[in-house]
Design a protein around this ligand. Sequence first.
Ligand SMILES: [Zn+2]
Length: 410
Amino acid sequence: SLCFTSIEVPERLTVSHEALIKNGLADRCVSVPVREATDADILLVHSEEYLEAVKKTPYMTLEDLKEFTLQYGDVYFHPNIYHCAKLAAGAALQLVDSVMTGKVRNGMALVRPPGHHSMSSAANGFCVFNNVAIAAQYAKQKYGLKRVLIVDWDVHHGQGVQYCFEDDPSVLYFSWHRYEHQKFWPQLRESDYDSVGKEKGAGFNINVPWNKVGMKNSDYLSVFCHVLLPVAYEFCPDLVLVCAGFDSAIGDPEGEMCASPDIFAHLTHLLMNLAGGKLCAVLEGGYNLTSLPQSVCQTVQTLLGDPAPRPANLDGPCESALESLHCVRSAHRQYWSCLKHAGIKGDEEKSQEEQVWPEPPKRVTPPIRAALVLPNGVACPDGCESFGASEDADPVIVNKLRYVAAACNA
Ligand SMILES: [Zn+2]
């Protein structure tokens, strides 16, 4: 079980934020103000009974709180947690609003408590409200999105997210997680690769169980390249949400994996090609106070548009990872065209029909690509538009310039 009192600590956020400042990344970000999630937001995922019960926790005695907590698994209720949990979910929603309205291209919400273990009527595994599940429902409802992809790279299975969407084909949930043939927390049968979703949602729940610890960069990249990305391209999401837990990085006491923090630059970069770049990452786990901030910085720097560092020591996936990978591909073969030949040997039939295809749609170049401040006396380069400091420029253009400048720190 998770040992929450010693690892899910406030320092997780402070060291992450300090690292963003120290690496010059915080300055390049647009800060999005936080808000509390409303009852209506929370009820998108949670039951009224559960919300009402959590609402009472700030007024409970410590003894009552302890008893209240005992009905759930591996979670602790502090008198402040209802307030913090509302802010955590609200932060995810503010990020969704900022991305969906084009105020920012993408972003990351650094929040506590995490959310992906929380269920409709139960807190679980440090989680009170399911921040990312609420964000997905909110995005669908407010912006009419047809398809949302949730990528859960935390080392634990976000069973709360799975339960929320397992019969829902509009939300594709992908999770890899330490499993060890059901010996690792939360030790659920339904975390295995053959839980593919139910009814209309069959095929829209992808579980990749890690049956050994010590998984490395090659293992993570293989699963992205051979499972997640082909399916994600076929799914064609309108928005990508990431359950961004960094307990899957090296040094974490929970995960015991060996992937280096820079792998998150690659994972992030690969996801930025989907949904027109609309990506919201929301912090989940991550308990090593050295590798957590490093991983957060790798993710944020990539979201800002910097190229990913060259990956080192890619020596191919290990046998256990390959076995999991093949099991997942086979389990999903019937749902996704890109996997229909998974596990099948032999020649493919070649189509003899004449091929026709539509002209590729026109790609419109955004009016302003980058903004920079030129030193005095330097001429404006060709293809650039110049604005004087005192000039009455179109406020819409000025606004766009400000956002682009904020995004690239030019
Ligand atoms: Zn975790």
